[in-house]
Design a protein around this ligand. Structure first.
Ligand code: COA
Length: 386
């Protein structure tokens, strides 16, 4: 007998957990999602407190070392990261040759894969070497992304500045200027909230890849492919497209009712783990609202508020982080198709922390499947087949 997605099954029965729903596949020290109390911790620290008190580099250090850095450690770590903000001429050429119409996620996927081929010692896979590679990936991914951002607009690539923080430098590279501290802070908060989230699809993808003893670049390349989908990271782009489609607050309620009537999946709502609200939303919502005030464009949050109220009333489904990060990035003047790549800039820290953790106590990830195809049959020689 086959049971689908039930918590228990009698001896001899086969239980299928479609989408691995509710399955605990391994343990991790890195983060804990607690849907019952609407909380998320990185190595024990609530993400809201990290977002309030830390810069993104501190959180990256935490995810890689398990502790927050001391002042001197942070300065040295920041200097190290800043010294790696460059790409080889060959990698820049790969980005230059990317079709201007390519999605920046595809460009990042290829650029990270190319970076792996440039590694002079790809077969060494110990934790120290992989941490060193992780620092480089964190430093170089924004450079890759910004290079494509500029090139596809027919503009010159802007050289990085080593006197700027991680978030500031990204604005400088893409837009040629650093916005006000409040905007930079909102961006940095989004990176901290995006940095890590348990065994989500892309993190799990990266762990599956390296569980075969493949390399860290392959794990990250695959994770980028996984994050791109609209059910995962791609949702932050789709949220903004939805807000643009709705257009005006007075259309929002009817738009949502009609979309639900058509059984559309509404982007930025719902979550596999959180069923009573996403722990990261209140922090991001506050900053997105502030972006609206600063730019004098409150209408996106007015639309969002009505969509949220209607969705809660009709389906009792809560918004997730993407619902607020999408409009925040839009209000910062960033192109919509760069929203998910920004998620990569943040989640590279969580992915690589998990890759290192997986490799430290590896067991090949290889689940079973329940076969539902035809029963065993004989192969007819080609001449006898009709
Ligand atoms: N819009 C409309 N209905 C939704 C929904 C959404 N965003 N999210 C969940 N639902 C509905 C499902 O259709 C299902 O309804 P049914 O029981 O009538 O079939 C019910 O809620 C349960 O959802 P389920 O499909 O079991 O949730 P899941 O855990 O498989 O899916 C997501 C989680 C994230 C994939 C899903 O909520 C979704 O597609 N959200 C939109 C994309 C998104 O924002 N992704 C970012 C996640 S951080």
């Amino acid at each position: 007998m086959v049971t689908e997605m039930t918590a228990e099954s009698a001896p001899g029965e086969l239980t299928i957990h479609r989408g691995l729903d509710g399955v605990v596949v391994d343990s991790t020290r890195i983060s804990k999602v607690m849907p019952e109390i609407n909380s998320l911790v990185y190595f024990g620290y609530p993400v809201q407190e990290l977002a309030e008190h830390c810069c993104f580099e501190e959180v990256a250090w935490l995810l890689w070392h398990g502790e927050l850095p001391g002042a001197q450690q942070l300065v040295a770590f920041q200097a190290e990261g800043r010294s790696r903000r460059h790409l080889s001429p060959a990698l820049l050429e790969v980005i230059r040759r990317a079709p201007r119409t390519a999605h920046p996620m595809d460009v990042l996927r290829t650029a990270v894969s190319f970076l792996g081929m440039e590694d002079p010692d790809p077969d060494t896979q110990n934790a120290a070497v992989n941490l060193d590679r992780s620092i480089s990936l964190m430093a170089k991914i924004p450079i890759m992304l910004a290079a494509f951002y500029r090139l596809r607009q027919g503009k010159e690539i802007i050289p990085p500045r080593s006197d700027l923080g991680f978030a500031q430098n990204f604005f400088h590279l893409c837009l040629g200027q650093v916005p006000s501290p409040e905007v930079v802070r909102a961006f940095e908060v989004s990176l901290i909230l995006y940095a890590e989230h348990g065994f989500n699809a892309s993190t799990f993808t990266s762990r599956v890849v390296v569980s075969t003893l493949s390399d860290i670049y392959s794990g990250v390349t695959a994770a980028i492919g996984s994050l791109k989908g609209p059910l995962h990271g791609g949702a932050n782009e789709e949220v903004m497209r939805m807000l643009l489609e709705v257009g005006r607050p007075e259309h929002a309620r009817d738009w949502m009712l009609e979309a639900l009537r058509q059984k559309r999946k509404i982007m930025g709502f719902g979550h596999r783990v959180y069923k009573h609200g996403d722990s990261r939303c209140p922090t991001m919502e506050k900053h997105t609202r502030r972006m609206g005030e600063l730019t004098g464009q409150m209408k996106w949050m007015e639309i969002a508020d009505i969509l949220k109220a209607t969705m809660l009333q009709e389906k009792n489904i809560h918004p997730n982080l993407d619902f607020y990060s999408g409009p925040a990035y839009y209000l910062m003047g960033i192109d919509i198709d760069v929203f998910t790549p920004i998620f990569v800039m943040a989640r590279i820290t969580g992915w690589t922390a998990h890759i290192i953790e997986q490799m430290a106590a590896n067991r090949l990830i290889r689940p079973l499947s329940h076969y539902t195809g035809p029963g065993e049959r004989r192969v007819q020689p080609l001449a006898q087949r009709t």
